[in-house]
Design a protein around this ligand. Structure first.
Ligand code: COA
Length: 578
């Protein structure tokens, strides 16, 4: 089928739809719906069989859904309507929620239903629920839709509020008051729900240490910490860059904040203590505690396997994160009890490369970017040159840019099916480093390496395996993936297999470098990155600013425009009259 994906942003879910449909042989084009003209031109030039909107914040114009069959992914159960579906479900404490795939008609979210799925609504932030449960449920709905269309079905099921199984209803947008933290009356559970429902946009609003902020990345403090608390709403402790705020019945750790005043750091999500840097001294003495942050890196030992977890927020590595990870990795390499190191990443993202927000607000962004890329390169080089352990990237979640290249530094890369990676940097105005010029062409060949880094399109796990980018794909659930990899690694390091695998590692490393030292590849990449940071030769500053400030694109992004043209050219080439 010829399918047009219409989306407000080519986000994770839209990318997953794109790779699923493309891999299955459908002809897929993507339009980021920024203006009617682009869309209409596209529909005129190359009319699709159907239009699917995986993530669309605006209504499809009447004349378009009247002309084409248009399907919308709605992140709510049957009958639910409105723009704040997940937000309401979290605030109201539903224990089950769902996704519905419906046909567009004159009434928003009220069209015929083609597929629906439900999932348990766990106590977690909206963006995590979206990335994990909504995405998987939406993909299941997508395949049901495609099957039904293949079987000639013409109509979905009309929405029927009289049916007892229709549990949803129409809801207004969640009002700002429902996202405002009231430290005097809200208990900890209510505060958590407000913050989770408002993640990652627009954020729950409050005032902390006299500064108006939006709050993100929170977790409940345990009893030992709670004992130290003072007045509700006051910051009374910090641990690293997280601050702890007293509530009426406990305390909350806050990992990240976005200032909403006119401060230079405003509008960028930052670690809490960094965002409040000038305000914190006035609160002294603050208790300085060492609590475990859910987003910090740690090494787990399992028999002779070391598992490096790095569930960093949004998979983004600050200079400090990369240095800390490199230290942990090197410690593991010196541990004689270990034969293998598994790089497990996090559950939300494996890695998205260097952290752009802290670079953006740094006094000298070029210097900070430079420090950050050197730090992540130290890690990449430590992985690549590790002689005495087998290193395995276990990729359970999406990865992008430097993160997608970092995983290639390992001896083996094993990925969960359903993962989508973006092995390119160009859309951010960077040449890229992490030794990609060595590892990527070695794995996929020069031509494919060039196509991946120039086209800037997402790649599914199965496509990655078919082009040699990864060594294996495991078709299992998120929760079972790591254990399955560990079982495979246990086999790899068994006395019968370890010598062969070590020999293979040695030969691969040797063959990969073409007699050149890895440091030489790194130096060449860094020369280009220096020009990216200090001469801004690929417009990194403007691209980074648009990304961290979340500016919507004013035209179809270049790489999608290019991709859509490639599509049209293919269509023309296949046309019999050519
Ligand atoms: N630095 C800081 N924040 C990052 C980040 C990075 N490198 N990569 C992702 N994020 C944040 C996003 O800002 C977003 O934050 P929010 O929840 O506050 O909105 C969150 O992570 C999720 O990212 P999003 O872009 O919404 O996810 P996606 O699945 O649609 O897209 C990517 C994934 C990787 C394609 C996209 O995030 C991206 O291009 N990231 C930048 C990668 C990069 O250029 N890194 C630097 C060079 S190594």
């Amino acid at each position: 089928m010829k399918i047009l994906l219409l989306c407000s942003a080519f986000n994770g879910l839209s990318q997953r739809f794109f790779v699923e449909l493309t891999d299955a042989g459908h002809q897929v084009a993507v339009i980021v719906f920024v203006n009617n003209e682009d869309l209409e031109q596209r529909l005129k030039d190359d009319p699709p069989d159907i239009i699917i909107a995986p993530f669309l914040k605006r209504a499809i114009p009447d004349h378009i859904w009247q002309q084409f069959k248009c399907f919308i992914v709605h992140p709510g159960i049957v009958g639910d309507r409105g723009p704040s579906s997940l937000d309401w479900a979290i605030i109201e404490g539903w224990n089950e929620w769902g996704v519905t795939l419906l046909e567009a008609n004159a009434e928003m979210d009220a069209g015929d239903i083609w597929a629906t799925r439900t999932f348990p609504l766990l106590p977690m932030a909206k963006s995590q629920i979206y990335r994990h449960f909504v995405t998987d449920a939406a993909v299941a709905c997508l395949w049901e839709l495609i099957d039904k269309l293949h079987n000639g079905q013409q109509k979905g099921k009309p929405l029927d509020y009289a049916n007892a199984s229709t549990r949803g209803r129409e809801r207004k947008p969640l009002p700002a008051t429902a996202r405002t933290l009231d430290w005097n009356t809200d208990n900890t559970t209510t505060l958590l729900r407000k913050i989770w429902a408002s993640d990652s946009l627009p954020g729950a609003s409050t005032v902390l240490a006299g500064v108006p902020v939006r709050v993100f990345n929170v977790w409940q403090a345990d009893a030992d910490v709670t004992k130290l608390r003072g007045r509700s709403g006051d910051i009374f402790a910090r641990s690293g860059d997280a601050v702890c705020v007293a509530t009426v019945d406990g305390a909350l750790w806050i990992g990240h904040l976005r200032r909403t005043d006119e401060h230079a750091k405003a509008h960028v999500k930052l670690p809490a203590a960094v965002a409040l840097a000038e305000a914190l001294p006035a609160l002294e003495p603050l208790a300085t505690l060492h609590v475990t942050h859910p987003d910090s890196a740690w090494l787990e030992r399992r028999d002779r396997i070391g598992i490096l977890h790095f569930p960093l927020l949004n998979g983004a590595f600050t200079t400090h994160d990369s240095l800390a990870l490199c230290k942990l990795f090197k410690q593991a390499t010196q541990d004689e009890q270990l034969d293998a190191i598994v790089l497990a990443g996090g559950n939300d993202f494996w890695s998205n490369g260097i952290e752009l927000n802290s670079i953006h607000v740094a006094d000298n962004p070029a210097e900070e970017g430079w420090a950050s890329i050197n730090a992540i390169d130290d890690l990449a080089e430590a992985i690549l040159t590790c002689q005495n352990k087998l290193v395995i990237s276990a990729v359970n979640a999406n990865a992008g840019a430097g993160g997608a290249m970092l995983m290639l530094a390992a001896d083996r890369v094993i990925m969960r099916s359903g993962v989508v990676i973006n092995p390119h940097y160009k859309t951010m105005g960077l040449f890229g480093s992490e030794l990609w010029t060595l590892t990527l062409p070695w794995r996929v060949g020069t031509e494919t390496a060039l196509a991946l880094t120039e086209d800037c399109m997402p790649v599914s796990a199965s496509k990655a395996a078919s082009i040699g980018l990864v060594d294996g794909v495991i078709d299992t659930s998120r929760s079972a993936f790591l254990e399955t990899v560990i079982a495979q690694v246990s086999e790899m390091i068994s006395p019968a297999q370890l010598p062969t695998n070590q020999q293979e590692k040695y030969l691969n490393r040797h063959g990969m470098r073409h007699e050149r030292a890895s440091a030489e590849y790194r130096q060449n990449e860094l020369k280009k990155m220096h020009a990216n940071f200090f001469a801004d030769d690929m417009h990194f500053s403007a691209r980074r600013k648009a990304f961290v400030m979340k500016h919507p694109p004013c035209k179809l992004p270049d790489h999608l425009q290019r991709y859509n043209l490639i599509c049209s050219a293919e269509v023309l080439a296949e046309c019999e009259c050519q």
